[in-house]
Design a protein around this ligand. Sequence first.
Ligand code: XMP
Length: 319
Amino acid sequence: NWQLSDFAEAAITQIRDRVGDRRVICGLSGGVDSSVVAALLYKAIGTQLTCILIDNGLLRKNEQSLVIDEFSNHFKTDLHVVHAEDRFLASLAGVAEPQEKRRRIGHDFIECFKKEAESIDNAHFLAQGTLYPDVIESGADPDGPAATIKLHHNVGGLPEELGFELIEPLRDLFKDEVRRLGLELGLPEKLVWRHPFPGPGLAVRCLGEVTRDKLEVLRAADAIVIEEIENAGLYRETSQTFAVLLPVQSVGVMGDARTYDNAIAVRSVNTNDFMTADWSRLPYDLLARISTRIINEVQGVNRVCYDISSKPPATIEWE
Ligand code: XMP
């Protein structure tokens, strides 16, 4: 009979014993795993924890304020927000190839994190939200097909050369246990049930070259998709739902004027393991509301499509 409250208590004692009076740093992404790690560490060592959020300019709408609210106002951790939007966008300028986008974002992320971590006195440990499935996966063939389809970059994947001792308190847990632990630790439902969000963020949903203007369009459309699916009570019924900005313009008509604007694809999938996935059978009236709102409210979009491809052969993300 697996009790998460017992797990939390044991983990807290273990962390305290191991850390002593040294400092732990923890990268926050707005995602479930890093949030649960931070909440657990905060319970264990309080102000000896420093959290770092890198704002790479590729976050979803309100993501930064959500993290600040949770880890600076609710849990009073020592939170450093690194504003690195300009740097990331400069590295991405002119780059359209998906793997190259991931590579540059991964590289910048490590550099930014390293620089911030070096400014923190007495930092000895790095906490990471590694889960049991990650442990198994990393033991798998690194050149196997799954490893090479997409070059994954995660907050969970900082290199050892940073020189910190790792703390990975979720190593024995599956995702559903991490969620339950998060609730047990007092994290809000909204955060605990968030859909996964890729490390390279909106960059892989802004197809082709990433620019500030395109990101703004995508971010606004994505927020509408999420708001409408939440209002319909279907957020938790789907595994991942988001908007993608396509690199095409198409002709439309607004009033009596001809438009030549962007197209947004809406993607929503249901899956247990993210290795295979089916597209969500969203109700037509929900799709209609999403489409009308995006076209009316997001300047520069005149067409919305719904992605009805399953994985395989498509992937969940478009890049
Ligand atoms: P695909 O697109 O390969 O995605 O079907 C499977 C799951 O992985 C996420 N994903 C990523 N996560 N860095 C990440 O941290 C990445 O580069 C990346 N690419 C895809 C995707 O959102 C889905 O949950």
